[in-house]
Every structure is written in structure tokens, then in C-alpha cells.
Design a protein around this ligand. Structure first.
Ligand code: F6P
Length: 535
């Protein structure tokens, strides 16, 4: 049961906040020369420096008490035990089984899921090897040169992010592309330059009903069949889904259908066959290294004491700013161009998991929940939204992420990138007094005391990337537990889907739209007038 606002742990933090909030981090650093080592954690090659936060040792202790009061350890046990913690859908959330490298069983409803997980992994390996080795021949007997992942949300964002992040490890000779948006432009632009005879589509959809994915799959099918005939579909489509029947009805051969399970949520599915495009892009060995990294973070999450537990510390710091400082946003800035899609993945992971206002029991949430997550690669973000981070009226905690080693050692660039990585969190923390004469002074003053976490790794390879993604998965999970919400359903996206379904006929109907709110009717009718061309 989540601790309520009035629980002793929340009350103690509220009182503590009144005392510690006015403290400036400059002072905290001046008072404790060991602050960096005292407020940082290491796990393998990953360092989490959380010293540039508006916390003291007492703060962290009281936050850990809050985690205990919310039974974080109990919910962690339930998740790893395959209990149905996705309460509104009566499902387990056992994505940790997908990367369970321990050899220990992991069960849902008492049945060990590992044999099925291992079976899918070996089928993924065979599939990736066949494609990568040119042994997969299309309908015309030609090897496949391009693979197109068709999916959206978790069936797109995670795989696309990982494929981009692991660009340095790409297998030669295979193009891997992603289509997610139902805007025809996405499919049209992707198909430009592709040949039907050498293109394979992977349709990734747990439900196989997501409108965007089904529409894109049908368009791809028409393109393929139009070029090679209906009989060619079977050689040019694979599917990853929990609905094998729907995939078969679409024309995917059973041997090219990969199973997804209902105990895997979309936003934590990249470790499953939903990550097939990753295995195709970088090879199954790299994919398994990704799993190894995530498993290493799982082991840390399971075993480290709360006070020294990276996901728990990140989660608690987020709660500290959201619920005690009123922060509404959280910035993620990877100082690594290959990680440019990370913020988008974390948006779904965080905001679709915890962007809720009722607790697991259906009661109104007692406090603010998920922040608006946004971000961009550093240093680009510095020339886009950092002005607000430094001088805006809002407190926006930021996570800065970087690697000591670059995959592309161009003279002087990495040092410059890392100098900015180090400088930005320092500037946010210390601020700066204007050296200007009076008139400009207020405009140039930086108050500082703006918190950030710094995550520094040796190099972004598959294992380290797996650790990083799992770190954020568990952070989001812990925050959901503290807020008492179910982080594994997403009922909020259903109404929009239903409305789109009812509005579609109004768009296609020659008659003026009516019966919706006046804005929707007005917009639809204006759209029709514009579509009809100039008067
Ligand atoms: O955004 C809603 C959602 O259900 C996500 O949770 C999911 O990742 C995405 O749509 C795609 O769902 P599916 O894999 O079933 O097509």
C-alpha cells in the first residue's frame, strides 16, 4: 500500500524540505569536500553522480524511509516473482525474465517462462543469422538487403533507439529502417530506394490491432504484392505478436511469427522478439550483450540496499523534486549523438507508465506523479532549451549522460563534448554572479542551485546500453510504487483511438460533419473545404 500524504515518511520529508530547501548546493559542496564520493554510485562501468542535487545525507535517509513505507522492496519482489502487479489488466510485468541470464527459473502463474524465452531467443538468432548471412532469399531468389520494422510505441521506440545507439556495431550489407507514423509520408519516404525483391518487413504489434501499424502493414503488403504478386508475401514478412492468428490471417507464415507474451508491456518489450530488428541490425551476439547488461542492472536493483541502489536513488530524487519542489518536467540530455533517440524512448517509458492520476486502487492520486520528460542530445540542447534550465522560473531536474570513450575519435571533438557535459551541470549547480554593470546585472545573473544527475560510462556498447535502459525501467517502476499507481497499463490512450475511429467516417463522408463538438465539426468541415481546393 503506498504511503499517503499524511504518512509519517511523507510528513518527515515535508518538514525536512522546509529546512533544507533554502540551502544552496554551492554551500553543500563547500561544507563537504567529499560530497562527490559521498553522493555517487558505481556499478560496473557505470557511474551515477547525484551530488549535484538539493539533498543532504538526511534527505537521502528520509527518502529511503519513504521507499520502505511504500513497500518498494515488496513490490520489487512481486514483480520479479511474476505476480500480477499490472492490476487493472490482471497481468504480470515480468520483462526482467526476457534478460534473465542467471539460469534460475522465472515463473508466471507457477510456470517457468524461461524455456519459452530461450526458445524465442534461439529462433531470433536463426532469423538474424539467416538474414545477415544472405541465406534468406526473397520470392525472386535474391538475398534480402533491407529490413523494415513496422510498429509504434514500444514496438518502435525502444528498438529504433537501440539500433541507432549501436550503429558502430551494425552488420554490413543490411539496411534496417523503421516506420511508425500512420502519416503516409513515413512509409513513402522509407520505401523510396527500396526494392520489393530485397526487402523484408517485420510487423511488430503485441495486439496486431494498433491502427497505425495495421495500416502501415497493409500498405507495405500492397507495395510488395504489387511488385512481386500475392504469393511473394510469405517470403517478405515476419511478425512479432501475441496474436499469431491475426498474423497468419495477414499472410505471415507461421515459421516467421515470433511470440510476445501478455506479461511483457510494450514499453519494456525491446528485450523480447520486439527487438528482432536490433538482432538483425547488430547481430544476436550484440543483442545478447544488451540482455547481459540489463540483467546486470536487474541484479543490482535486486541486491543493492535502497540507499545504494541506482534505480531507487534516481526514483527518489525524482519524487523529491516532483512532490516537494513542484517540478513538472525532467530533462534527459545524452552527450552522445548515437543516443539521440533515448529521450523519446524514455518519454514513453516514463510518461506512459506513470502519467496517471489514480492509484492502483482507483482512488485519486494523493500527489503529483510523472513529470513531462523531454530532451535532446548535448550539445544541441544547449542551443535550444538550456536557457530555460539556467534562468527560467521553473526548476527542471536534468540527467546528463556521457561516455568517456567515443566511437568516432575526431581530433578534439570528444574533449569538447565532455567539457560541455561537465560544464553544464556545474553551471546549473553553481550559477554565476553577473560581473556586469547594474543595468545588465539582473539579465546576466544565474541563480544556480538547479539540480542534475550525471551518468558517465566507459563506452556505449551493447552491455552498457542495456544497463542504462534497465536503470531507467526500474527507476520508473519504483516511482510508480511510491505514488501507488499501476505503471503497467495505459488506459489513457484508448479514448483517442476510439474517437479517431468514429471521426474517420465523418472525414470520408461527403456530407458536412456534425454531431461532434463544434470545434471538431468545424475543423473537419474546414478540412473538407480546403481539400476541395481553392474556391
Ligand atoms: O501507446 C499505447 C500502446 O499500447 C503502447 O503501450 C504500445 O507499445 C503501443 O501502443 C503499440 O501497441 P502494439 O504493440 O499492440 O501494436
Amino acid at each position: 500500500m503506498a504511503s499517503s500524504n499524511s504518512s509519517p515518511a511523507w510528513k518527515a520529508l515535508q518538514a525536512h524540505h522546509s529546512r533544507v530547501a533554502p540551502a544552496h548546493m554551492r554551500t553543500l559542496f563547500e561544507e563537504d569536500p567529499e560530497r562527490f564520493s559521498r553522493f555517487s554510485l558505481k556499478h560496473g562501468d557505470l557511474l551515477l553522480d547525484y551530488s549535484k542535487n538539493r539533498v543532504t545525507a538526511e534527505t537521502m535517509s528520509l527518502l529511503a524511509d519513504l521507499a520502505r513505507a511504500a513497500d518498494v522492496e515488496g513490490w520489487r519482489r512481486r514483480m520479479f516473482a511474476g505476480e500480477r502487479i499490472n492490476t487493472s489488466e490482471d497481468r504480470a510485468a515480468l520483462h526482467v525474465a526476457l534478460r534473465n541470464r542467471s539460469g534460475r527459473p522465472m515463473a508466471v502463474d507457477g510456470a517457468d517462462v524461461m524455456p519459452a524465452v530461450e526458445a524465442v531467443l534461439s529462433r531470433m538468432r536463426a532469423f538474424a543469422d539467416e538474414l545477415g548471412g544472405g541465406a534468406w532469399k526473397g520470392a525472386t531468389g535474391t538475398p534480402i538487403t533491407d529490413v523494415v520494422n513496422i510498429g509504434i510505441g514500444g514496438s518502435h521506440l525502444g528498438p529504433a533507439m537501440v539500433v541507432e545507439a549501436l550503429t558502430p556495431y551494425r552488420k554490413p550489407g543490411l539496411g534496417v529502417h523503421f516506420v511508425s507514423n500512420v502519416d503516409g509520408t513515413h512509409m513513402v519516404e522509407t520505401l523510396k530506394g527500396l526494392e520489393a525483391a530485397t526487402t523484408l518487413f517485420i510487423v511488430v504489434s503485441k495486439t496486431f490491432t494498433t491502427v497505425e501499424t495495421v495500416a502501415n502493414a497493409k500498405t507495405a503488403r500492397a507495395w510488395l504484392a504489387g511488385a512481386l504478386g500475392e504469393a511473394a508475401v510469405g517470403r517478405h514478412f515476419a511478425a512479432v505478436t501475441a496474436e499469431a492468428g491475426a498474423a497468419a490471417a495477414f499472410g505471415v507464415e507461421a515459421e516467421h511469427v515470433f511470440e510476445l507474451w501478455d506479461w511483457v508491456g510494450g514499453r519494456t518489450s525491446l528485450w523480447s522478439a520486439a527487438g528482432l530488428s536490433i538482432a538483425v541490425a547488430v547481430g544476436m551476439d550484440r543483442f545478447e550483450e544488451l540482455l547481459d547488461g540489463a540483467h546486470a542492472m536487474d541484479e543490482h536493483f535486486l541486491s543493492a540496499p535502497l540507499e545504494a541502489n541506482m534505480p531507487v536513488v534516481l526514483a527518489l530524487l525524482g519524487v523529491w523534486y516532483i512532490d516537494f519542489f513542484g517540478a513538472g518536467c525532467h530533462a534527459v540530455v545524452p552527450y552522445d549523438q548515437y543516443l539521440r533517440r533515448l529521450p523519446a524512448h524514455l518519454q514513453q517509458l516514463d510518461m506512459e507508465s506513470n502519467g496517471k492520476s489514480v492509484t492502483r486502487d482507483g482512488a485519486p492520486a494523493a500527489r503529483a506523479t510523472a513529470p513531462v520528460v523531454f530532451g535532446a542530445p548535448g550539445t544541441d540542447g544547449q542551443h535550444a532549451f538550456f536557457q530555460l534550465l539556467h534562468q527560467g522560473t521553473r526548476l527542471i531536474p536534468a540527467d546528463f549522460i556521457a561516455a568517456a570513450e567515443t566511437h568516432n575519435p575526431v581530433d578534439g571533438h570528444h574533449a569538447l563534448l565532455l567539457a560541455n557535459f561537465f560544464a553544464q551541470s556545474a553551471a546549473l549547480m553553481t550559477g554565476g554572479s553577473a560581473m556586469e554593470a547594474a543595468p545588465l546585472a539582473p539579465h546576466k545573473a544565474l541563480a544556480g542551485n538547479r539540480p542534475s544527475n550525471s551518468i558517465l560510462v566507459r563506452r556505449f556498447d551493447a552491455r552498457t546500453l542495456g544497463m542504462l535502459i534497465a536503470l531507467y525501467e526500474h527507476k520508473v517502476f519504483v516511482q510508480g510504487v511510491i505514488w501507488g499507481i499501476n505503471s503497467f497499463d495505459q488506459w489513457g490512450v484508448e479514448l483517442g483511438k476510439e474517437l479517431a475511429g468514429t471521426i474517420l467516417p465523418a472525414i470520408e463522408d461527403a456530407q458536412p460533419a456534425r454531431g461532434h463538438d463544434s470545434s471538431t465539426d468545424g475543423l473537419i468541415n474546414h478540412f473538407k473545404a480546403l481539400r476541395a481546393g481553392p474556391p
